[in-house]
Write a protein that binds this ligand. Structure first.
Ligand code: C2E
Ligand code: MG
Ligand code: MG
Ligand code: MG
Length: 298
């Protein structure tokens, strides 16, 4: 799509239209190109999912996985979520895309369960627009019913900022979701503008420590202090806590030593396509028969 295109400048929050031509800045053209292709990506079946294992630090068991969307475009190549999720949100496409992710993830989880690979929990990221859709609870219920997944095996990942926008409304939605029996977590915890007094009002189950704090945990006393505070905060509120972005044995050992419940990161496994993830599960099961998925962790 070269030539002149009309582009709604959403980031200004106003309904003003601007003209973009190929002579305009690369960033705007790139956005427009992605936007145009994004509109047909679902029906062209260009999305697929990666699964990243989440490990129980006390037992070494794989307790479940986070689902991460991937977009393979025939010309653009692999477009990472950081380059299209926000845009999909702005143009409203994240709602059908998110519903597809949820449906596909739940079906996959049940398929693995039926294949004897265990009662894994599947964590799905929700975008703010999805969260505030009036039919969210209805959609989630429908997907659970259609896929046959037990509600407690679905976890929805939310962010602090999406809930701080309208706290009263957010609390209502969270309660409705909780009443179905799904698990709720706060993703990238510590990076948003969280308010501790509101945190206790949210019926959530899990905090996910953002990877930016985990990265230098063994060398930066500030990050260390933040991570230790989050672990202790979570446990005081009777929540579980998972560390994201664990890449080294030293980080893992540190987190385990300080009572972090779960971990997720390249050290154990990168996000994997379904087949590779299944292979990982099978390998770990065959490693030890009855204590399935056991990993010798530090
Ligand atoms: P997130 O939910 O915080 O996901 C974690 C990100 O960290 C993923 O990036 C994952 O690949 C990456 N990661 C995992 N372990 C490590 C590690 O050890 N080191 C490092 N450096 N990175 C690690 P990814 O897949 O590129 O996704 C980026 C973000 O895009 C996600 O952050 C999430 O906010 C969003 N996203 C991904 N899939 C979906 C989706 O289906 N729906 C929505 N709404 N957002 C999604
Ligand atoms: Mg996430
Ligand atoms: Mg995260
Ligand atoms: Mg993130």
């Amino acid at each position: 799509h070269a030539g002149i295109a009309m582009y709604r400048a959403k980031e200004t929050g106003r309904n003003n239209f601007q003209f973009f031509t190929p002579a305009m800045n690369d960033h705007a053209m790139e956005r427009l190109r992605i936007e145009n292709n994004l509109r047909s990506a679902l029906e062209r079946e260009e999305f697929f999912l990666h699964y990243q294992p989440q490990v129980d630090l006390a037992t070494g068991r794989v307790l479940g996985m986070e689902v991460l969307i991937r977009w393979q475009h025939p010309v653009l190549g692999m477009v990472p979520p950081d380059r299209f999720i926000e845009l999909a949100e702005e143009i409203g496409l994240i709602v059908p895309i998110g519903a597809w992710v949820l449906r596909t993830a739940c079906r996959q989880c049940v398929a693995w369960q039926r294949a004897g690979l265990g009662q894994l929990r599947v964590a799905v990221n929700l975008s703010p627009l999805q969260f505030y859709q009036e039919d969210l609870v209805h959609t989630v219920k429908g997907v659970l019913a259609e896929s046959g997944l037990a509600p407690h095996l679905l976890e929805l990942e939310l962010t602090e900022s999406m809930m701080m926008n309208d706290i009263e409304h957010a609390v209502c939605i969270l309660r409705d979701l909780k009443s179905i029996g799904v698990h709720l977590s706060i993703d990238d915890f510590g990076t948003g503008y969280s308010s501790l007094s509101y945190l206790k009002r949210f019926p959530i189950d899990l905090l996910k420590i953002d990877q930016s704090f985990v990265r230098d945990i063994t060398i930066d006393p500030d990050d260390e202090a933040i991570v230790l505070s989050i672990i202790s905060l979570a446990h005081s509120l009777r929540l579980k806590v998972i560390a994201e972005g664990v890449e080294t044995e030293a980080q893992l050992a540190y987190l385990k030593r300080h009572g972090c419940d779960y971990m997720q990161g390249y050290y154990f496994s990168r996000p994997l396509p379904a087949q590779a993830f299944e292979q990982l599960l099978r390998q770990r099961r065959s490693l030890s028969q009855d204590t399935s998925h056991l990993l010798p962790l530090v």
